[in-house]
Design a binder for this molecule. Structure first.
Ligand code: PLP
Length: 304
């Protein structure tokens, strides 16, 4: 029984009471944009819960609105307040994942501009266990990543995830945990719901924002933390064959955090287990998100 309370069209209601018209463009065509962000309990044990890089998530939500032709009816300050209200209504103090979705309601078509409505739905979600991180087996998808001239991947729109669905179901059918997409030009793009990093010959590399990827906030965090750890970090085109020769591969995202990939198409990545650079970055990431590092406390927005 899901007893969560969510913010829905201006009210905080039990999730079971939040109803959407079946004819709404969001139901019929996936006409929505959203953010998935995390709130982490602070390392000092105070019970404080802080949203990680909230400003960047809200900026991207507004960018997604702009590109898809929707007007967000709320200011960023209102969005921050509604998020705090929703977390407080659930009395969450432990790690939480939050979905903020702007959707087109009413009974219009896929070209409707409104009415734009919103829900904010938090759910408890523990952070990665550093002592037993996931070890994923990936494959290169036969499906191509959507691209900037069809469905721009930098827009975080619900409909974009159908591309991820095709690849994910194919990967599962073939016994893998997840797919990695190549883009239109045949270069490496990203995972179905996370960005990709390759550690090879001492360099941490990730595809550029123009390589059919979401402008991931975690990707930006990892690049900064990688540099701070003394790694050379580059954004560049990556060939498929480089991935097979990589010492380490991992996915990153608000949901994925830092997720090691231990094989690709059945070929072990490096020693076939999470590598040192990946584990160092995961450790550092978890310190930063839980406010254990004052240098990055400006990335944390307290919820209480
Ligand atoms: C397709 C895709 N790429 C990358 C990411 C990672 O983005 P972020 O780090 O901003 O959560 C996500 C997840 O949110 C995603 O869905």
């Amino acid at each position: 029984m899901d007893d969560r309370k969510i913010w829905f069209k201006g009210e905080i209601v039990p999730v079971a009471d939040a109803r959407i018209n079946v004819l709404a463009p969001t139901s019929q065509f996936g006409l929505n944009v959203f953010e998935g962000l995390r709130c982490y309990s602070d390392a000092d044990g105070s019970g404080q819960l802080s949203a990680f890089r909230l400003d960047e998530h809200l900026n991207r939500l507004l960018d997604s609105c702009k590109l898809i032709g929707l007007t967000c009816p709320y200011t960023k300050e209102q969005l921050r307040q509604y998020l705090r209200d929703t977390v407080a209504a659930n009395s969450y103090h432990e790690d939480t994942s939050v979905r903020v979705t702007l959707f087109v309601d009413g009974e219009g078509s896929w070209s409707a501009l409104g009415p734009v409505e919103m829900f904010i739905a938090p759910i408890r979600k523990a952070r990665t266990n550093i002592a037993a991180p996931p070890q994923l087996r990936a494959c290169i998808s036969t499906w191509e990543r959507i691209n900037d001239n069809s469905l721009p991947p930098r827009v975080k729109a619900g409909a974009n995830y159908i591309n991820g669905r095709y690849a994910h179901l194919e990967a599962k059918r073939h016994g893998y945990d997840l797919p990695i997409f190549l883009g239109r030009t045949g270069k490496v793009a990203e995972g179905a719901g996370a960005c990709l990093f390759m550690f090879r010959k001492g360099i941490l590399a990730t595809p550029a924002p123009t390589s059919s990827v979401l402008e991931s906030i975690t990707r930006d965090t990892i690049m900064r933390l990688g540099m701070e750890l003394g790694l050379e970090v580059v954004e560049r085109e990556i060939d498929r064959s480089e991935l097979y020769l990589a010492d380490e591969l991992f996915l990153c995202g608000s949901a994925a955090e830092v997720t090691p990939i231990v094989s690709l198409d059945g070929i072990p990545v490096g020693f076939g287990k999470p590598g040192d650079a990946t584990l160092k970055l995961l450790t550092r990431y978890l310190e930063v998100v839980s406010n254990a590092e004052p240098k990055y406390s400006h990335w944390l927005s307290p919820m209480y």
